[in-house]
Design a protein around this ligand. Structure first.
Ligand code: C2E
Ligand code: MG
Ligand code: MG
Ligand code: MG
Length: 284
């Protein structure tokens, strides 16, 4: 019986695997097409100063709408894009589109706004990223300090020595640097000292239950304190309630991002959103 069960399990797993491989191949195929036909879009989600609620910038988030499959979440397509290498041309498109957005803002009197852009670990390798960024800077003539590059903690720790090297080079060019999803990876605060970064983004997972889970509350408060004592600023992800905002503000967190302030939205809508905020954007 055990044998038969074993075989049954194997069959079950292999069918599940086939389905996964099939989906993977399908999405991979459709993504290459989307890349050729401008099927990707960047949405922008506001980032606000916690003390005033004023919008200080935005994070660029990839969106993909396939004509047949509909909208597909980044959490589904980005891991596949990373695995098959498509993240390289896709990440390049994100960088180029982001520089274009910054150039538009600069031209339209929004030069003080910061744009945060997600980088994948696959984009770190070699000098390709640096030379591409140099090329884009020359082309768009934007102020690099208006662009913040986000790398996840996990990606940064994959090869800490080469990450350290890359971050130094990026910083020398004037880019801002943030560690994304902070607290979810296997790492310690000690390495923060090693990396030349400007900001850490506290993961949504810690913010979610900040009011009800004393451990999360302590972790968030301690993280803010430690970051500040290292000279880093802190942004919290996934702020959804006024109580969460209040907590983070009390603990002297610097910035927040979340559905409470704004959902991610198309670039044009974001401009409208800024107008309705009716606040002066900090100087250029
Ligand atoms: P992330 O960089 O940590 O981005 C924040 C995610 O949290 C976004 O999900 C955003 O829509 C979501 N979010 C923001 N505020 C709230 C909130 O108040 N409540 C909840 N429940 N969620 C909130 P999204 O857009 O689905 O992106 C997921 C992940 O995909 C991103 O996580 C990032 O790791 C990756 N990603 C997105 N765009 C890019 C990109 O251009 N390049 C790369 N390499 N990765 C990207
Ligand atoms: Mg991010
Ligand atoms: Mg994040
Ligand atoms: Mg996150």
């Amino acid at each position: 019986a055990a044998k038969r069960e074993g075989r049954g399990n194997f069959q079950f797993f292999s069918e599940a695997m086939n389905a996964a491989t099939h989906e993977h191949l399908l999405l991979e195929n459709r993504m290459w097409t989307a890349l050729e036909r401008e099927g990707f879009e960047l949405h922008l989600q506001a980032q606000v100063a916690l003390d005033t609620g004023r919008v200080i910038g935005a994070e660029a988030l990839l969106r993909w709408h396939d004509p047949e499959l509909g909208a597909i979440e980044p959490s589904r397509f980005i891991p596949i894009a990373e695995e098959c290498g498509l993240i390289l041309p896709l990440g390049d498109w994100v960088l180029s589109r982001s520089m274009q957005l910054l150039a538009d803002w600069q031209r339209d009197g929004l030069a003080g706004m910061r744009l945060a852009v997600n980088l994948s670990a696959r984009q770190f390798g070699g000098d390709a990223l640096l030379s591409r960024l140099d090329q884009l800077l020359a082309q768009h003539r934007i102020d690099p300090s208006r662009m913040e590059l986000e790398i996840t903690e996990t990606a940064a720790m994959r090869d800490p020595e080469s990450t350290r090297h890359l971050l130094r080079q990026l910083r020398a060019r004037g880019f801002k640097l943030a560690i994304d999803d902070f607290g979810t990876g296997y790492s310690s605060l000690a390495y923060l000292k090693l990396f030349s970064i400007d900001r850490i983004k506290i993961d949504r997972g810690f913010v979610k239950d900040i009011e009800t889970n004393p451990n999360d509350a302590v972790i968030v408060a301690a993280t803010i304190g430690l970051a500040h004592s290292l000279g880093l600023s802190v942004i919290a992800e996934g702020v959804e309630t006024h109580a969460q905002w209040g907590f983070l503000r009390d603990k002297r967190g610097d910035e927040g991002q979340g559905f409470l302030f704004a959902r991610p939205m198309p670039a044009r809508e974001f401009r409208e959103f800024l107008r309705t905020q009716a606040q002066p954007v900090p100087g250029s």
